[in-house]
Design a protein around this ligand. Sequence first.
Ligand code: AMP
Ligand code: GLY
Length: 419
Amino acid sequence: MKLLVVGSGGREHAIAKKLLESKGVDQVFVAPGNAGMTLDGLERLNIKIHEHSKLIAFAKENEIAWTFIGPDDALAAGIVDDFAQAGLKAFGPSRLAAELEWSKDFAKQIMVKYQVPTAASGTFTDFKEAEAYIQKKGAPIVVKADGLALGKGVVVAETIDEAVAAAHAMLLENKFGDSGARVVIEEFLVGEEFSLFAFVNGEQFYLMPTAQDHKRAYDGDRGPNTGGMGAYAPVAHLPKDVVDRTVETILKPILKGMIEEGRPYLGILYCGLILTADGPKVIEFNARFGDPETQVILPRLTSDFAQNLTDILAGKEPELTWLEDGVTLGVVVASEGYPLAYDRGIQLPAKTQGDIITYYAGARFAKNSQALLSDGGRVYMLVTTADTVQAAQSRIYKTLEGQKMQGLFYRSDIGDKAN
Ligand code: AMP
Ligand code: GLY
């Protein structure tokens, strides 16, 4: 069996590597992928994620069994619908089902309609009305661009002025383009954040271990929001009943609601959650795997990933098995300056061997050589599985200290909340 993965980041590296390790899988292509992936035997295609007809032509000519769609913008652009129309299978939600992610207002409406717990909110296109709402509710308060914004469209405002400035930037200064032409303004929730991912086909769902991301750029959850600087799974210190409560109050009603709305969900559903004093509440839904959570979740899967996804696509029960013990933890190495401006072209250390996996995100080959150079904000991630969080941390951080790091940085407290 030959498979295709669409996307280019660390998440897609982890997905494609796991698929290639599956029995019965001969080749895994990644479009467009990154140079680091080829060190694991993955084959890159020179096709961009928005070139649907080229991807479809490749899949047909090469008898790809099915295609895994990694990124949110591809799903929002209807890639799964285009594949279906061409008679091809793709693992991911249709454009209408993916609206759970690409419109925060849609997600809010459906949560309210099906009584899924989330922060109280209002949606605005008019700045004056948004400002009046902020004045009425007070701070702290959260201002979010409605559409996709590379994880940067959320402002957690400590003051009314900051919130009003964010709404102004989105609605009047066009800072996020069309994504910010509508804003959702919501209540600030207090509690510990965690993510729950599920494989979904309609009302059937299969849970993955819980994970915790670290979104801020610097230690102690300081600095700007990023795509995610590190993660671990499972989040063992969460109260025992949290996953059950999330399933009963959030996952089941939302999947049922999506069917009732004529948008049955197929793919990965990512629930971004805060455990408040009133139980888990939704911060956001994503219609895809998270990055970097995937890189710590998939190494824990002990069953045959490709077979599992083949079964889910066919509406069959997959035989999923996971590591029961220990913890998987990973630290992202990013370019200095990320998530703002940064340089590219920094020489990267050699790929790790043994019990540390290197997943590449922003990496390319130097001209005429096999040396890897940085080529993005998040560059690579080291991941390991150990008995305890502390053991995993010490193994990863010891390795990172031994790697030459000029022009790159990483957080030194990934996993501390679990200790
Ligand atoms: P998002 O891009 O929606 O994941 O939001 C980025 C980050 O903003 C989240 O990971 C949270 O830390 C924070 N955040 C978003 N919404 C809320 C909220 N309603 N209350 C508190 N923090 C929030
Ligand atoms: N780790 C956050 C995200 O993938 O959106």
